[in-house]
Design a protein around this ligand. Sequence first.
Ligand SMILES: Cc1cc2nc3c(=O)[nH]c(=O)nc-3n(C[C@H](O)[C@H](O)[C@H](O)COP(=O)(O)O)c2cc1C
Length: 329
Amino acid sequence: MDWKTMKKPIIALSPMADMSDLPFCLIAKELGAEVMFREMVSSEALVRGNEKTFEMARFDERERPIIQQIFGGDPKTMGEAARLVDEKYHPDGIDINMGCPVYKIVSNFNGAGLMKDPKLASEIVREMKKNITVPLSAKIRLGWSDPTEAIDFVKYLEDAGAELITVHGRTKTQGYSGVSDWEMIGRVKEQVSIPVLANGDIHKPEQVSEALKVTGCDGVLIARGCLGNPWFFGQAREVLETGKAPAPISLQERFDVCMKHARLHVEHYGERGVVTFRKHLSWYLKGIPGVKEMRTKIMQVTSLSELEELLRGFLLDQKTLPTGSVLVG
Ligand SMILES: Cc1cc2nc3c(=O)[nH]c(=O)nc-3n(C[C@H](O)[C@H](O)[C@H](O)COP(=O)(O)O)c2cc1C
């Protein structure tokens, strides 16, 4: 894979801890996502040989093109972790997390903490590049606290050898408050000649063309907008190509995809997957009348067949919504 020559615009699935795992990536791919960024894994855990972490980085060939994101703050450890992942699984690319705002991560110069130290960030890029055979990218924020920090920061990354950068248009200090500043993403994009992807608050397929126009970016990364709504990717492409509003998702389709995802999830995680699937389920059911009352019942479901029965009754017997209604994902 080559980020430069790849067909643009790129509409990709953003990395999301606990969410963009093997089953969800398979579903997103089937419904039109063009590149899958898998959830972050710890470089230190990989280097320690932690089996659970390696299992998180395992993927199904049908998910390709797949990018594995790694977090960490030590160049040697990051380089070694990248080498191990490349050697064992050979994903299509490796991404560095330079945007995570969570205290446990940034307090150790990981995630967005790296934006405070461009030299360390460049060293990490160099060390990883040396050790892998696939393209290296980084996902950043606009800065630690000042939204103009990324303007210089991206030049360090490009000089060190990064081949693609994703910019989430918020600072670390903002967390998830405020809005993603697409205009500032555009200014950051102008600083480098490698492709840049825009991220943050692209929550509807109809917003993709606006985000591309404002940022001038080579593509977008979609996170919350596709949770419980993996149709986002196909719909975004449809809107870009036809300029028309996307075709509505029927309740039958919602039921079918949700159950397919649930089956894949349980196949992957075993019986406990019925419980861990609840986080996806609440996104699939968001906005449907009566969902609040359904929650208690959902919490008691212990098998796929119970889930199927419950969902069939709830989704397909909806009296308040005609089949074919568009639901907000
Ligand atoms: C549940 C969840 C988990 C996330 N995990 C990661 C992660 O592992 N790595 C990362 O770079 N960003 C992570 N993010 C940030 C998203 O990839 C994305 O940058 C952010 O949500 C803004 O995009 P959005 O407005 O499309 O949601 C996560 C976001 C959410 C909601």
